[in-house]
Design a protein around this ligand. Sequence first.
Ligand code: HEM
Length: 456
Amino acid sequence: MPVDLNNAQPLAWDSATLDADTKAMLDNLQPNILRAHVREHLSVLFVRFNDALEGRAYLRHIATTTMKSARKHLEEVRDFATGRRRGTPYVGIGISKAGYRDLGHSVEDVRKFGDPVFRDGMKRRIEQVADPKVEEWERVYQREIHAVILIGDADPGPVGRLRAEILGALPESARLLGEESGQGMRNPAGDGIEHFGYVDGRSQPLFLKDEVDKEPKKHWDPAFPLGNVLVPDPFAPNPVRHHGSYLVFRKLEQNVRAFKEIERDLADDLGLAGADRERAGAMLVGRFKDGTPVTSRRKASGGPVSNDFTFDGDDGSKCPFSGHVRKTNPRSFGRNVLMARRGQTYGERTDEPWDDSPPEDRPSGEVGLLFMAFNGSLLDQFEFTQQSWANNADFENPATGHDPVIGQGARDIKVTFPKAWGKPEMSVPQGQVAQTVTMKGGEYFFAPSLAYLRNL
Ligand code: HEM
């Protein structure tokens, strides 16, 4: 039975009754798509091939010597949980439209990818998402990137060794155009955070029964069909069993100092005092720093970060319609837009991102997010989120403003904020907060099936 990508039932991947096609799908799928792989330390390599045969042989070599399947990853997670042994590093590959051409696929062939955003490539989608001009991107991203290679692990050692091995195997004809390295950051509670100091990566579409079973589901159902991230791999030997996923990569620099000034000024403007001052930033993100949704009044002390909530009944007096998590997942509609985020923070800092140090002590650049997300459709998921929700000041209601975290384009309308949590009194209209996240470049990739890579 072909894998049903629309089945809303989460996948019981280790069930004895799993059908042969689904088993084959898991044996041929890259890890980190259906379930996030540990990538506390992450190396990102951008490669250009220049010779079809050598490029193919190189990818085949990496796939057969360093990559594991999604199923192997899931087994490793299960074994680790039972205290048996720790997992192996993650190696993932994404190929751009230009990469497929350079590997010898014809223009006709590349049309087999259903996603027009992928077929265009990121440089040709600037207008749609209000990205900076390509000339303003970092140099590596201005070039024609053919493939991205991701190497991740809990420790730096294995990442360094694999990076050297993978670069060592690069043929003469190919080039390493550039690279990034990501490193996870955690707050004292042990939760992963981003550079503004907020818990990140909590809300995800979940596809596997063991992950879904662990979540409370009174208000929000985190289970999504496989088609949310998987599409048949058009060039694999058997697209009925062999799947891939569209990967968006964006380097997003964060001006932490400016964001912290904005939080402080907004708290002052609204006259927030004491613990309530934290609500300023929470209204911009939609969650408090510790991850508590701003729809809940008080931060719960300790315990897991909640994801079982909606914005139903909140007219914007708890979480403004512009709040980052409300914009990117309104929760009462647009479920099929949500993507599987797999990014990692980059850049070194000497301060503690979660504490209350003044803005002056914060970095104003050189740190940020290597934003990555897997999609079944870049057009309907990533690009739709950025264009129609984050950049749209009239989203859900007129003049509610851009997403204060990731919104791009002129922020020329005025907005209001609730003065007290859940109360109707609004502030006087004020200019929208300034943009503090800057896109430095990126590309759209397809993470092909292992069956494709092994057969190159
Ligand atoms: C959630 C920060 C870029 C889409 C979040 C959360 C934080 C955050 C703190 C809350 C944690 C969670 O709910 O998991 C940031 C920062 C960014 C950034 C600092 C840039 C530097 C993006 C981009 C997109 C995006 C570019 C897509 C266009 C989402 C989505 C969620 C989320 C879909 C989950 C919302 C939910 O399901 O409730 N982000 N983000 N983020 N972000 Fe971002």
